[in-house]
Design a protein around this ligand. Sequence first.
Ligand SMILES: Cc1cc2nc3c(=O)[nH]c(=O)nc-3n(C[C@H](O)[C@H](O)[C@H](O)COP(=O)(O)OP(=O)(O)OC[C@H]3O[C@@H](n4cnc5c(N)ncnc54)[C@H](O)[C@@H]3O)c2cc1C
Length: 325
Amino acid sequence: MTIKKIAVVGSGFAGLATAWHLSKDYEVTLITSPHQKHSASTVSAGLLHPYVGPKAVNNWRGEEGVQSTLHLLNIASDALGKKVYNDDGFLRIAASSKQENFFRECADRNSDVRWLSVEECQKMVPGLVKNPGVFIESGVTVYPNLYIQGLKLALKNRGVLFRNDIIDSAKNIEGYDKTILCVGAGVFHLKGLPDLKLLPVKGQILQIPWPDNLPPLPYSLNSKVYMVMSIDQKSCFVGSTFERNFENERVDLNTACSYILPKLYALYPPLEGIQPTDCKTGIRVTAPGHLPLIQQIAPKTWIFTGLGSKGLLYHSLLSANMSLS
Ligand SMILES: Cc1cc2nc3c(=O)[nH]c(=O)nc-3n(C[C@H](O)[C@H](O)[C@H](O)COP(=O)(O)OP(=O)(O)OC[C@H]3O[C@@H](n4cnc5c(N)ncnc54)[C@H](O)[C@@H]3O)c2cc1C
């Protein structure tokens, strides 16, 4: 059967990238929920690098993933006329002596990773906890909502159709030759989905007002928590929780503050005592093996999910290589 018309459901990182790559060859309609309430992409901290995880090992196809995402980031930036990311690099600060060893090995293995002594870290970010770390020169901080806005514009410019709808079951949508479900944690609400052994992990992120008497952080930081300055540099996003047992998908400020704030004060003592002005939450989806999942689940229906904490690393690479035959 000749494939002509494709429905992509979901406008998080996965859905937007899938719509972009497939729209080169097919007529694509992007079906988006009028509420972004299940979208993890909109609350993502935006960290992109190929050494995700406490051991900082080289992630599977990590460098390719970064390059593929950079390609889409530039498409979104061109469409908006504004850069949707910064590529100044970022600092990972060792949280234990065991992690120090992993970071040293990462720096030995990779030319874009530089080992930093305590003094060098302090020089880069005065006031920081007195621990060593690594500087990831290729590290990128994405502004997720700008990226999403830019990519939507690029899709519209390319002729992709947009439709507002909420899909309730995992079957092909009438009128399309194929349907690709990129619904993130929406999978847990779909009827008729086979058991894919997917698990939800709730993530909450705090927004902290940045004090006038402190210089903005020159780089994003990542340790037991990460710190990312807002574009206007007036606040900082700090996260995140990794909640495997949670009651509901709503913001739970007590849990977020008790997990994040002590780690924030330890990492960057000048902020001791500061309280958040906002808290956002999203649900990550993890698949078996902690790798993303692209699977055909019915004759005309595919699912792309399981991006876990590596959505930015893998959404473009994997959707660019999706085979629907
Ligand atoms: C707090 C937090 C911080 C994070 N930080 C990072 C980070 O720094 N770097 C990184 O790489 N990753 C990070 N992640 C992970 C990353 O956000 C996810 O991997 C990624 O967003 C998943 O993208 P997705 O498109 O699969 O899902 P989502 O972004 O959840 O998108 C799903 C889409 O489907 C739509 N939808 C859902 N159900 C339906 C339905 N029934 N009908 C129609 N539409 C539907 C939603 O509205 C949404 O548009 C973070 C996650 C969280 C929660």
